[in-house]
Design a protein around this ligand. Structure first.
Ligand SMILES: Nc1ncnc2c1ncn2[C@@H]1O[C@H](COP(=O)(O)OP(=O)(O)OP(=O)(O)O)[C@@H](O)[C@H]1O
Ligand code: NI
Length: 314
């Protein structure tokens, strides 16, 4: 990423975001389930920020909170700022598809009753849009006749490529891709990532949500590591490429060590369920460095040019 891009205002800034769901237990008992807590993130023009973290860490919900597509029983606090403007629900709806595009995690987001071509270009496509649709279909090895198919007539891998195509040709300044590669063979997965890189190099901002930190640190500029609904580390992808010593949070280090090429050493224990979050540091029950102070509220702090939510990180 070029220096002038680093200095540019973020396209997206998420500040102290929390999301809880109003839930009903047995009988009439009600409670709030906090699934995202005090999460902050920013993405600048020209940049791919990857969000890595295990299943249930809140990656998709962050995307849904930015897009304004959370379910009715969700309560959101904190700020979502797009190009300097704080977004409310109405503004999110206005920007959806025109300024912010989502590649959803599930192929079930395709409209089952609309032909594929129409879903990609919109109902009233301009010549230019049709041209870019044809180009991107070619890159994704999607035959022209697929345009006339309905979603049930195409495979899961094709549907995934159609969803990525839709976001790419929408020409928005921010793209949030939620696990865009599962179901794709290696060639097509790499093509999708190459396309995201090209979009970023054109000056767009890309958020790439993925389980796969190995993939994330080869393509992204920065990586946000999520754990139990919050960011535990935000660092340059380069730090992940260099090795464990460059990382700051014990969970990021553990993720790194769990990679096959780094010894495949999984960490014992489980990510806590939202209903039973520990006090203070959410990683503390699994952390070898845990002390009494870890029970306090732990803010993000700057360490060696990155950000970490750990009082012991050096
Ligand atoms: N509508 C809902 N009501 C209650 N809890 C929910 C709801 N949607 C999601 N959750 C919970 O919120 C947490 C975060 O979910 P989210 O889908 O963001 O995880 P994720 O990081 O995207 O996981 P994955 O990698 O599996 O896609 C999970 O524990 C999930 O069970
Ligand atoms: Ni998800």
């Amino acid at each position: 990423m070029k220096k002038e891009q680093i200095e540019k205002e973020p396209v997206l800034r998420v500040e102290d975001l929390s999301v809880s769901f109003h839930m009903y237990d047995k009988g009439l008992e009600q409670y709030d389930l906090k699934v995202i807590s005090d999460l902050s993130l920013d993405v600048r023009p020209g940049e791919i920020v990857a969000i890595a973290g295990s299943s249930g860490s809140g990656k998709s919900l962050l995307a849904h909170a930015v897009m304004g597509i959370l379910p009715e029983n969700a309560k959101v606090t904190g700020k979502v700022i797009f190009k300097g403007e704080t977004l409310d629900q109405k503004k999110k709806e206005r920007l959806r598809g025109t300024e912010i595009a989502l590649v959803p995690q599930s192929v079930a987001y395709l409209d089952p009753l609309m032909r594929v071509g129409k879903q990609v270009t919109g109902c009233d496509p301009k010549k230019e849009k049709q041209k870019s649709q044809k180009e991107i279909f070619k890159r994704f090895h999607l035959d022209e006749k697929i345009e006339r198919y309905y979603p049930f007539q195409i495979s899961g891998g094709m549907a995934r490529r159609v969803l990525v195509s839709t976001a790419v040709i929408s020409n928005t300044s921010l793209i949030i891709a939620d696990e865009p590669t599962p179901g794709l063979d290696l060639e097509m997965a790499l093509e999708a990532l190459k396309i995201f890189r090209e979009l970023a190099d054109e000056g767009k901002a890309v958020v790439l949500i993925t389980h796969d930190i190995d993939l994330a640190f080869h393509i992204a500029d920065r990586i946000a590591v999520f754990y139990a609904g919050t960011t535990v580390e935000m660092a340059k992808a380069e730090d992940f490429r260099k090795g464990m010593e460059e990382l700051r949070h014990p969970y990021s280090k553990a993720l790194w060590q769990a990679l096959p090429q780094n010894g495949f050493r999984p960490i014992p224990g489980f990510q806590p369920y939202a209903k039973y979050l520990p006090k203070g540091c959410l990683f503390s029950p699994r952390c070898p460095y845990k002390t009494k102070e870890c029970e306090n509220n732990i803010p993000m702090r700057e360490v060696r040019g990155g950000y970490v939510r750990c009082i012991h990180a050096t």
